[in-house]
Design a protein around this ligand. Structure first.
Ligand code: NDP
Length: 480
């Protein structure tokens, strides 16, 4: 398969002709040749977006909401293809690609279309005047996204950006470009006006950087690692671009003394290992009240040992490979570090597939790994590994649990498990984090604010926060 950039409604090869490989993490085989685009391609995309902007911005929000529904309808027709291609490109189990990636990518468009139809004009009455809040598009926006949930995270930005009248330059991760290509094909199939959605494939420091530096791009919505986020902020802030940063996490799963382990154990397994632990919201530190520690440990390890790691295309597979061999090596270096730091491997810890039919040895497979015995301030327990590795820690009081939960540079998400929902809710307010679930995980209402505190990000996405990010507001004050 050879894929191209999508600029001005047309699939075009990169101007400088450079291409690179996209491989399947489950077997190391080449899947596609993709453009390694350059600044010239970004310039061409910006020119196209600039030409398309006036007409797109002149539509009403309701007309653009109809476009979002059209996109959703068209994606619905290729839902299985989306799941298959996402599973191939990322190595995630096909069942997960269906239930999360394909389903939620479509629902992002549906949600924002419906949300737009519920918006009321914003006015503020004074005794002698009325204020009318007028929204206009930011203009051209750059959307830069990671490899873990490629289409889901891209559409989460594309839908509100289009709705608010912006034209888009998108750059997916070069590791997982295929579903973005499918989205571009969908835009072409439904005749979305040329230049409204442009896709430029390539490397972060080349294409990503060119997007950040382009003076005609007014806003950047970035999801990725915290260290890349620093580069994004450093480049875009002096140009006064509007910036949304959704960054890394090291999220705590807190299990209180009154928690029901029948519910908690499967919940904690899911929070730790969904998508091979490669979800920014994954609970990679489990903090357990000392009275429950031994029993939790035993039952958690039993369930992790039983997880089926294997071929992503197999319907029974629960965990596929991690995204690449390089990433696998990074994860293994953290397991080595954990041992150096005094940790004990309670499950997994190696590539060996003991007791199971092993997946392809050329794939980036590792067993889900559980580590006990580490200090909560150790590097393994505080740095983002972004893989199927979880550390277990015991605490004695709620205060200690909160102190441990808040001890990292991150503050993205977390969960609290208790039979007393009110207690959980009160404790949740003390977790330094953008999202806290009580007795659940990854339970998402798209109207709610999504984002992190501390080094996990700046700004919020979701519902009205996304609409606000992708627009400018003018307050018009009319004297009676
Ligand atoms: P990276 O930060 O490496 O990359 C994210 C995107 O930024 C990619 O498209 C990448 O391109 C691009 N990029 C890299 N360098 C630059 C640059 N100098 N200028 C502009 N763009 C650049 O993250 P990963 O793809 O490795 O994703 C994993 C990270 O994402 C984890 O830390 C995870 O926690 C975080 N994440 C956060 C989420 C949130 O909502 N808070 C959700 C999902 C993931 P390329 O791939 O070509 O390098």
């Amino acid at each position: 398969m050879i894929i191209s950039n999508f600029i001005d409604g047309t699939f075009t090869p990169p101007i400088e002709g450079r291409m690179m490989d996209d491989t399947n993490p489950a077997n190391g085989e080449l899947i596609a040749k993709i453009p390694r685009a350059s600044i010239s391609d970004v310039d061409a995309a910006v020119l196209a977006a600039n030409q398309a902007l006036p007409k797109w911005a002149a539509l009403t929000m309701l007309q653009r909401a109809d476009w979002l529904d059209k996109i959703a309808d068209a994606l619905e027709e290729i839902k299985e293809e989306i799941a298959q291609i996402e599973s191939l490109d990322t190595g995630k189990p096909i069942s997960l690609a269906r239930s999360v990636d394909a389903t939620r990518s479509i629902s992002n468009f549906r949600f924002f279309a419906k949300f737009a139809r519920g918006q009321e004009p914003l006015t503020f009455e004074m005794s002698d005047a009325t204020n009318f809040v007028h929204t206009s598009p930011l203009g051209i926006v750059g959307l830069i996204t990671p490899w873990n949930l490629p289409l889901y995270l891209l559409t989460w930005k594309v839908a509100p950006a289009l709705l608010m009248g912006n034209c888009i330059i998108a750059k997916p991760s070069e590791i997982t470009p295929l579903s973005a290509d499918l989205l571009a094909k969908t835009m072409q199939r439904i005749n979305l006006p040329e230049g409204v959605f442009n896709l430029v494939h390539g490397l972060g420091p080349e294409v990503g950087q060119a997007i950040l530096e382009n003076p005609h791009i007014s806003g950047i919505s970035f999801t990725g690692g915290t260290s890349t986020g620093r580069i994004v902020a450093r480049t875009a802030a002096p140009l006064f671009k509007k910036l949304s940063l959704e960054l890394g996490g090291k999220n705590a799963t807190i299990i209180l003394d009154d928690a029901d382990l029948d519910t908690v154990v499967p919940g904690a397994v899911r929070a730790a290992f969904t998508n091979s632990g490669q979800v920014c919201l994954c609970g990679s530190r489990i903090l357990i009240h000392h009275s429950k520690y031994d029993e939790f440990c035993k039952r958690f390890v039993e369930q992790v040992d039983a997880m089926i790691v294997g071929d992503p295309s197999d319907e029974s597979t629960q965990m596929g490979p991690v995204i690449s061999m390089e990433h696998l090596q990074k994860i293994e270096s953290y397991i080595d570090l954990a041992i150096e730091e005094g940790g004990e491997i309670l499950s997994g810890g190696s590539r060996a597939m003991t007791g199971q039919v092993g997946p392809n040895p050329a794939g980036a497979f590792i067993r889900p790994t559980v580590i006990g015995g580490l200090e909560h301030l150790s590097r393994t327990s505080t740095e983002e590994i972004f893989g199927p590795v979880v550390t277990l820690h015991s605490f004695s009081t709620d205060d200690e649990a909160i102190e441990m939960a808040n001890c990292t540079e991150y503050g993205l998400a977390g969960s609290i498990w208790t039979e007393d929902a009110e207690r959980g809710k009160e404790l949740a307010k003390r977790v330094e984090s953008g999202i806290v679930w009580v007795n659940t995980w990854l339970h998402r209402d798209l109207r709610t604010p999504f984002g992190g505190v501390k080094n996990s990000g700046v700004g919020r996405e979701g519902g009205r926060w996304s609409l606000s990010f992708f627009s400018e507001m003018t307050n018009v004050c009319v004297k009676h």
